[in-house]
Ligand binder design. Sequence first.
Ligand code: IFM
Length: 755
Amino acid sequence: MNWVIQENKFCEEQISRMGNRMLCGNGYLGIRGTLEEYRKEQMPAINLAGIYDQVGSGWREPLNAPNVLYTYIVVDGKKYTLPETEPLEHHMELDFRHGIFSRETSWKTDRGIVTVRSEHFACRDEVHRIAMQYQVTADFHAEVELYTGIDGDVWDIHGPHYDTLESAEEQGCSQMQEAAYENQGRSQMQGAAHENQGCIRMRGVTHEKGDTVDALETVTADFPCERHLAAGEKEILRRITFVTEIGRSYYIEKTAVIFTSKDEGWNLQRAHRMLQESKVAGYDALKESHCRKWEEKWAVSEVEIDGDEEAMKALNYSIYHLLSIAPTHASNMSIPARGLSGQTYKGAVFWDTEMFMLDFFLFTDPDVARSLMKYRVDTLDGALEKAAHYGYEGAFYAWESQEGGFDACSDYNVTDVFTGRPQRTYFKDKQYHISAAVVYGIMRYTQVTGDQTLLQEGGLKTVIECANFYYSLLLKKAAGDFYEIRDVIGPDEYHERVNNNAYTNRMAKFVFQSAAKLLKNLESEAAGQEYQVDELIHRFEDAAAHIYLPKPDQDGVIEQFDGYSRLEDASLDEVRSRLLHEKEYWGGAYGVAAETKVIKQADVVTMLNLFSQEYEPEILKKNWEYYEPRTEHGSSLSSCMYAMLACKCNMPQKAYPFFMNSARADLKDGGKEWAGLVYIGGTHPAAAGGAYMTAIEGFGGISVEDGTVRSAAVLPEGWNKMKFHICCRNIRYAVEVGRQGTKITEEGNVHSDAL
Ligand code: IFM
């Protein structure tokens, strides 16, 4: 398979999409697939995981580090950069087997052609490190000024987040570097009296909490040159000058290190040491060990599909994105809805993680799965506070969770395109299903890994507090005999504040059942003392038995919420034609979809997918067929749920386009970039996770029951065979799914810190 995606011409309109599509990341940081010369208007970013800042009343969002890759050339006194100067040729590519971005751009100057070629990567083996190689070639004796350094004027949506930016030149690297050059017999860097062989550094101090972000970089050149240092208010740059020999390539290698005040054990000394070691090693060696680490990842993550190269590429590209944002460096960190591609959705964690991404990590790297769920367990206090704030009991998790479980979701989460005014939305107040996703994740983690320690380390308490939350939501009519949950938003966000959403109610039942089951198995006396176990079991069993779940009607259709069936049955095209503005929000009080049956994303279908064994196959199919034409798929989370349910209905051909839609979420053009006037572009890790689940659990039919891996495959046409690895209960299996059956072979124990 070809592991490269490429762009062969420059298109200014595509800058933002390419930034997402060609992202390199290592879980600690994500480098957008942008060019070295880009300024904040072109949205370059080195997006950092788990560190946030808020300025004034703007949204709290994750930080982008000072741009350590910032580099451009001036030839014969004229600047050659994109998008300003039209290129003769331009090529960009991402090697997604190894997370390496590269570009090659040629410009025609008055005296000849000059070409820049570069590549960079976010080191996989050392997540604080970035490496870049930059090369200049000309077919004439060009007078080149190469500027390279750190740009602190970073792209922000609600910034600027650095109140102060201080930069400095440091000599920390020079001695080691000289020794290294001598050892390797490489030519010494030459330069003028003011040449800098050390490193340069920039420190940003954040507005809200005074957190610091340190970015350091060092550069080596393989040719005689002059160097000067120039520091501006928000940038610190080297100016490297040389005259080219015809056809010779002039290389610089840059290594950068980034750390923040939140990173335990990190300080400037350590950063200097890492820069020095990296310089000694040299770019090629860094690249080699980075690639080796990626190969280790692929050895357990790659999915081979015999018979469908396009699907295999899209699927593994999705897996690449999941691997690029996995917090392998942390033990209680989760993944934002837009990964590490920027500040969209406030860099917050949504239900996307548990319901869409978790399975990939469970099956390939259970330590990461544990970290994702431990993040929820460790942010329980935030959820308890949120519930209390709204007058409920237990744990109501943040719809958009940042550190400590802080809910970053604003009461006004969409901006009206007509008035420019913020619109009141109820995502934060009413998407109760988020707490159920947390419970689902904890239970699924425990079921697949068999690891009980998460429950012991707070997971049990989390499940019980979520059950308490749903219990406090229950309402019963004086003469009624079932419990209702009113005034909610289900997964379909276009219909706000509805009663008895089928998905929410069934998930609440799942939470009650899970809590009761865990309490019944409770052996720990400590937990027994903390809770009135018998009373809670009785309460949750009663709630599970009596919560209202809408039943299929005479046509087999399950009503999404009370009164849904009475809404206008306008077609998707009809509803779309009512838009007055292309960026208009479809939901909310006046949205075009609100009074119709058109829904944003899979809702009943998501519920049926999770609880398919409780329904007749005919009911699953009827609901799929009823809801699909009424679904806008306005969220990238939607398609995979339709794909998976189609597999469960034995309709792999119907599933296939939805699967491809998920797998290609970050490859195709045309995805939504706006909700009202709010930018929502970025990568789509939930869709990537959904594509993985569809391939493995849908087409491959893989399920885990009582620690045993089973398969009931339904391969789509053209797929002769699938090969992949999964782990379950500390054992890794090689799986081969063919048309004649499935072979599951034990490969050995999983090396895991947690298990
Ligand atoms: O979590 C989703 C939600 O379901 C739909 N809007 C976008 C969110 C983040 O992906």
